[in-house]
Design a protein around this ligand. Structure first.
Ligand code: UT7
Length: 322
């Protein structure tokens, strides 16, 4: 059975780090409130010249280097983002050019904070169906460009960055002991689109700002994340006690804790980066995977569950063996 196996991972974070205290100068907020309600302590913001595609390319180059592969060894780039440099072409084709990749194909996936899970599922299907041998899957965002800096309920929560994995087709036995992606589960429900959206876009002639009813999204999050993780684990034929690491979307430590509790998994088995990155939307899971490997938490052969929810609402989970 063809499996899509991660053979390299990498990330890029902008140099500029902004601590919670910096927001106290311009907003009626506090380091205490932000920490207590979200678990966020700091985040990175892109500098003027930095874009989603430039950060994505840096992360992709790091993943390629770890796998000792060149850009032309890759058949496809699937880039999850809601903050592409331009309305078109896709940020993925820009990354293709920046990497010096002269073959294959590249496209963006837009599922907001669930984007990386959606991109992984798409890349897995490309590999499973024999359309590609190696696929770069990237999550990259520049949410600082769609923040309303006067809205304390959103602008303190998000950050910029990029993470990437290189997937390669490898033969497995078709069991849950195989390395690679074992199962995926994707969901969306457009009836809840007004809970988290950007109030601009091409047809309005403005780029707009992010708007969120945070406590409503919170309510959906814990329930839907635990459910999609459960469905994906069932499809993979594994149970919670088999799981080495949950690598969740990093939006809020309380959502992460609530989901782990519902899944009956202790926090010792959860990779947490929200304190340092804030919510980087589609970049948050590949960033956490890369940092988790760097920290020595995630090791070859580990069973990993990733799960995410965001605007749409769109949510999903992927089970993979590292
Ligand atoms: O990644 C995509 C998915 N997004 C998420 O998963 C985000 C989900 N939501 C959350 O993470 C949380 O709902 C938040 C962190 C956004 C907010 O936490 P909360 O415990 O749900 O607080 P709340 O929205 O119910 O607001 C509580 C209070 C309000 O004041 P009142 O109405 O009780 O007087 C807010 O005005 O906190 C106030 N508040 C703030 N106070 C200080 C909101 N933002 C701030 C702030 N500083 N930055």
């Amino acid at each position: 059975m063809r499996r899509a196996v991660v053979i390299g991972v990498g990330h890029h974070l902008p140099d500029r780090i902004v601590e919670n205290a910096e927001f106290e100068k311009t907003l009626d907020t506090s380091d205490e409130w932000i920490r207590a309600r979200s678990g966020i302590e700091r985040r990175h913001f892109a500098s003027d010249g930095e874009t989603t595609s430039s950060m994505a390319s840096a992360a992709a180059n790091a993943a390629l280097a770890q796998a000792s592969k060149a850009a032309d060894d890759v058949d496809a780039i699937v880039l999850a983002t809601s903050t592409a440099d331009l309305t078109f072409p896709s940020a993925a084709t820009m990354v293709q050019d920046q990497l010096g990749m002269t073959r294959g194909f590249a496209f963006d996936v837009q599922a907001v904070c669930a984007g990386f899970v959606y991109a992984l599922a798409n890349a897995n299907a490309l590999i499973a169906s024999g359309q590609a041998e190696r696929v770069l899957v990237i999550g990259a965002e520049t949410f600082s460009r769609i923040m309303d800096w006067t809205d304390r309920s959103t602008c303190v929560l998000f950050g910029d960055g990029a993470g990437a994995v290189l997937l390669e087709a490898q033969e497995g036995d078709g069991t849950s002991q195989d390395r690679g992606i074992l199962s995926t589960d994707l969901n969306s429900d457009g009836r809840h689109r007004d809970l988290l959206y950007v109030d601009g876009g091409v047809s309005t002639g403005t780029s707009g700002y992010l708007r969120m009813q945070g406590n409503q999204v919170f309510r959906h999050a814990v329930e839907k994340l635990a459910q999609t993780a459960e469905t994906a684990m069932e499809r993979a034929g594994v149970s919670a006690s088999d799981v080495d690491w949950i690598v969740p979307h990093q939006a809020n430590i309380r959502i992460i804790q609530g989901t782990a509790k519902k899944m009956d998994l202790p926090m010792e088995r959860v990779v947490v980066t929200v304190q340092d990155h804030g919510n980087t939307s589609a970049a948050s899971i590949p960033l956490a995977l890369s940092v988790g490997v760097e920290r020595g938490q995630i090791k070859r052969g580990d069973l990993i569950v990733t799960e995410a929810i965001g605007g749409g609402l769109a949510w999903g989970a992927v089970v993979m063996r590292w």
